[in-house]
Each structure stands twice: as C-alpha cells, then as structure tokens.
Design a protein around this ligand. Structure first.
Ligand code: ADP
Length: 463
C-alpha cells in the first residue's frame, strides 16, 4: 500500500489446550489469553478453540461430526476473547487435569482435527491459525494435508514453542508445516535453534518475548493487597504487604526485615537444589524466606517437606505447598527479592511479575531470564542498548539495569548473585529501595511483543 495505507485487520484463531483462567497449568495458559487480548487491542479479531474443560457450562453453539465420535462445540467469552470449546461425546476431555493420560497424543490429535472441522463446517476463514506447543502442533500438518485442499483455504499457520522439552517429534512436524514459528524469548530461540526439530527451518523461526497482563498484575489496582501502590509509594505498599504476609503465614520479623521469595512449580527445570540453597542462604544472612509452590514428584516434595521442617521454626521461613493465585500476589508485593534459579527457562513470567511488584529479581541467566533481567554490575551496556535504546552504558546503563544474575548451575553461582543482592540491601538500603521502585517501571507489557506477533502474522500470510 501507499503512504498511510493500513493493512487489513487480521482474523486470528488460537488453537490451544490451555487458556487462563479457565484451563491453566502454567505460563502457556497466561500467554494465550494475554497475547490474544493484546493483539485484539490493536484492532484485530482474535478467537480461540480449546478442548472443553470438565466443568465448563456454556451455550451450545453447533454440532459437528468430523470422525465417528460426535462432537459438540459450545462457546463463551473469556477475558474478552470469544472461545469455542470442542467436546467430543466420548468424553475425551472429561478429565481432571489437562495432561497426564497415556493417550494424550491421540486425544490432542483428535482435538486438532475437530478444531479444523469446526472451522470448515462453520465456514470461518481466519487469516492465521496460531497453535501452541506439541499438543496442537498437529493442526499444521492436518490443515495443509486434509483441510486446505477441501474448502478451508484461507489460513496460514503460526506455531509457538513454549517449552522444547516435550513432544519434540510433533514440534518438528509443525516446524515443517507452519509458515512461521516462534519461541518465547530470543535467548531461548538461540539455545534451541540447533535442535534437529528446528535446525532445517531456522529461516522461519524467531524468538518473541512474552509479556504479562498489565491489568491482572497491577499493584496499583490489586484487590489482594492491603495497600495498593505504584512506584511513588512502593516502600509503603510493600511494607504493608510484608506485614500482612507475616501475619497470614504466622511469621515473626520486624517491619523492615529482608524477605526473599520463590513462587514456582518445584520441578527439575526450576532448579530444585538452588531453590533449597536460596532458603538456607536467606536465613543465614539474617533474612526471611517464603516459598509458594508444590512438587508433582513425591520424592522432590519430600525433600521440601524436610527443608520446611528444618527451617520453619523460629518464624523466619514459611512454606506453602499448594497453588494459590491470590497469595502469590501478596508474596510478590511483600518480597524484597524473588529468586528464579531455573536450569532452563523458555521465557519465565515470575521474574516479570516480580519486577512489576517492585521485587528485585535474582535469576540464572538462561533463556528468557537473560532477556528480561539485566545485572546491575555486569549488564550496563546490554541494558542501555536493549532497554533504553542507547549506546551509552555510563549514562543510561545504571537506570536500565534491574536485577542480579548468575551463569553457573551450582550453589556458588547462585551465591554470587544472591549475596550481592543481600549486600546491597544491607549496605545501601536507600539505593536498594530505589532499585525496587525503578524495576516497577521496567516494560514487561505485551506492547512490544504484540507488535512483533502482528508483523509476524502478516509475514506468514505473504510467505
Ligand atoms: P512455568 O510456566 O514454567 O510454570 P512461568 O514463570 O512461565 O513458569 O509461569 C509460572 C506462573 O505460575 C506464574 O504466574 C507464577 O506466579 C504462577 N505460579 C507458580 N506456582 C504457583 C503457586 N503455587 N501458586 C500460585 N501461582 C503459582
């Protein structure tokens, strides 16, 4: 088009097995919802197709019959996005959890075909089918082989890898059949780019950072906080949250005592030994430690039960081994430091939520943790360039850096970062409090990523 000509608004249909808050296991669920909303806010039409969760009650929309099992499609609006639920009457998705059955692959392949059948039979011709992780990778192949030649002609396929650790064969298939595919941070894209499932298709592949939903995670409007706050009254808001958290979890501690937190699934990916080490180090350095998270592996959970037994008495540590979204808000607000020592991390939302709530991230520099956390001592040049768009590390680095980072995978590595953070807290409280209110301003929104996705959608159509 000519100057000022605007490209056509897009019609994007996400096909996924998670979507917050109705079907959420991890970050994938948050991303489908918040990316969808961000793209919709830019004037595009976004819809989603999901397997019907067990307790879902919505209006019957249509009935389709792709293959023998009879499929019912219902629909409702979730967080402003029109969602279609595919519900085969053989009860494929009437399970307690999204994953974890030994017939997952067969069930999800069936879901992919049913989603395409729904689009065909309702004569929807979206511009983009956006699939997520191995569970919906099959959409790409099934679309080009079995639907594109037979009437569902318009869409092109974009595929996003949220975690490369699962379903690599399926991911490889989608990499081949999709017009563009992405993962959730530039550093993770570089880390997995050499994988055989991806290597031959690098020209279609890029990393786009996730954002967090600014309305869901907003300390200034958060109903779960005793005193909502912004950067200007960060200290006051966080002090009130600390007091409330201590009261709620039965902890001691004076108003200003250092509080270190971890909010995480407790799995190998998240750095279990380093999470335990952070608990000890925080206590040994005169601070307090709070953990919210649980381990699906009973052996790992046993280790944490033992740790809780050793650390909890005395009121300087609290362990909450369950899932509790409201409590997570209070913890992010209360925390001085949030530790994320992942062994690998495609993007990671925890460190971004922490920043939004004025908690200083201490992270292992892997995947998206590297792309979002800039070490106060070591990353001034990178932060000046990537955050402030400046080539002057001396002038712009100090205000663009936002946390503490380490490289190694051992306790010594974590200590290098955590001890510097704790030193800063004790030696220069004013600077540390200033850093806390400053990290609140770090851009963790979808603004930039949503524009990148929209550009990618147009590129996928052009081919
Ligand atoms: P992953 O998707 O690998 O679990 P992310 O950092 O991308 O890791 O996202 C984790 C999300 O789950 C964050 O929103 C975090 O606050 C939340 N979370 C993790 N464990 C719990 C818990 N026990 N209670 C409440 N929220 C949790």
């Amino acid at each position: 088009g000519g100057v000022g000509a605007r490209p056509q608004p897009l019609h994007v249909v996400h096909i996924a097995v998670e979507m917050a808050p109705i079907a959420k296991v991890g970050g994938l669920g948050d991303v489908v919802t918040s990316l969808g909303r961000a793209v919709q806010d830019q004037g595009h039409m976004v819809e989603a197709i999901l397997p019907c969760p067990s307790q879902c009650r919505c209006n019957l929309l249509t009935t389709t019959t792709p293959t023998p099992p009879h499929v019912v499609v219902t629909s409702c609006v979730v967080e402003g996005i029109r969602v279609f639920f595919v519900d085969p009457h053989n009860g494929f998705f009437h399970t307690d959890s999204v994953y974890g059955r030994n017939d997952d692959e067969m069930r999800f392949d069936f879901f992919c075909k049913a989603a395409l059948e729904f689009l065909l039979q309702t004569q929807r011709q979206p511009d983009i089918l956006h699939c997520h992780d191995w569970q919906t990778a099959h959409v790409a192949k099934a679309y080009w082989d079995d639907y594109h030649p037979f009437g569902l002609w318009k869409p092109n396929v974009v595929f996003t890898i949220h975690n490369m650790n699962y379903g690599q064969r399926k991911i490889g298939e989608a990499a081949y059949y999709s017009q563009k595919f992405t993962t959730v941070s530039p550093t993770y894209a570089a880390e997995v780019g050499g994988h055989p499932a991806i290597a031959g298709h690098g020209h279609k592949f890029m990393g786009i950072l996730n954002g967090i939903d600014p309305e869901l995670w907003d300390p200034a409007e958060d109903p779960w906080l005793p005193v909502p706050y912004g950067a200007a009254n960060c200290e006051e808001g966080k002090a009130a949250a600390r007091a409330e958290l201590r009261r709620r979890l039965g902890m001691n501690g004076w108003e200003d005592k250092l509080l270190v937190a971890v909010v995480s699934r407790l799995t190998g990916q998240k750095g279990v030994p380093l999470i335990k080490h952070a608990a000890w180090r925080s206590r040994d350095r005169g601070g307090q430690f709070v953990l919210l998270g649980s381990a699906p592996d009973p052996r790992v959970q046993g280790e944490f039960n033992a740790l809780a037994g050793e650390l909890s008495h005395g009121g300087d540590a609290a362990f909450c081994f369950y899932y509790d979204e409201p409590l997570s808000h209070l913890i992010y607000a209360a925390a001085d430091i949030v530790v994320v020592p992942s062994m690998f991390e495609p993007c990671g939302l925890t460190q971004m939520i922490a920043m939004r709530y004025g908690a200083v991230p201490v992270v292992r520099h892997t995947g998206g943790l590297r792309d979002t956390v800039f070490d106060v001592d070591n990353d001034k040049a990178r932060a000046a360039w990537e955050v402030a768009g400046s080539t002057d590390p001396e002038a712009d680095g100090p205000t663009a850096v936002n946390g503490f980072a380490f490289e190694g995978a051992d306790a010594g590595g974590l200590d290098y970062a955590l001890n510097r953070a704790i030193d800063a807290y004790y030696n220069d409280k004013a600077w540390f409090r200033g850093l806390q209110s400053r990290v609140m301003g770090h851009d963790v929104s979808w603004c930039r990523p949503a524009v990148q996705y929209v550009d990618l959608y147009y590129a996928a159509i052009k081919k």
